[in-house]
Write a protein that binds this ligand. Sequence first.
Ligand code: PLP
Length: 227
Amino acid sequence: MSISDNLRFFQQQLEGSGCRLVTVTKTHPVEKLQEAYAAGARLFGENKVQEMAAKQPELPTDIEWHLIGHLQTNKVKYIAPFVHTIQSIDSLKLLLEIEKQAAKHNRVIQGLLQFHIAAEETKTGLTLPEAEEILQSEALRGLRHVRLTGVMGIATNTDDEARLRQEFGELRSYFGQLKARYFAEADDFREISMGMSSDYQLAIAEGSTLIRVGSAIFGARNYGAAV
Ligand SMILES: *Cc1c(COP(=O)(O)O)cnc(C)c1O
């Protein structure tokens, strides 16, 4: 199956579902991204700042770039001129830095709060109390250049469907609680980013609005390959 066949498959799967596809392009060369663009992909996800910043100038400007990997505050400046959504917000410090860098470019960058939903200790993200502490902070009220539009989570790497459903359901519940308490009037707080190549069907069944899919579109990644 070619990249365009795979994309067509996802476009058909998602039609009418209210869920959109983020095509995860990390480790793949620019030519593959161009192929995906030609086949209709417009939301691209990368997990590393340098890689995203290197690829972005080579591609059309109507792409929505989503950062899906951990972001250090000192690197925000490299993507602030163009990034559409930072899906991996896990601290107030990071939010404030995004505000500062986006302001320099007179832009508004969208952000998702990343939650820890997996069993593995290594997967990063906030707990609900940590997220609430951020949302209740005084500093948040002054933000004009970063807009929170939802939540993101990475489920456990397992084929245990019950466990995956439970984790996706947990993220949906966090979204619902934050929506009710902090964003009831904000129509654009609406994204639940969950589901990858191996578990996107369950994620959609549990209410995902953004699935992040890489290997099911491009094949297995070769981490040794150059950008
Ligand atoms: C790499 C990555 C994906 C895509 O994973 P696949 O299994 O290739 O679909 C999704 N989300 C995040 C955060 C990733 O780093």
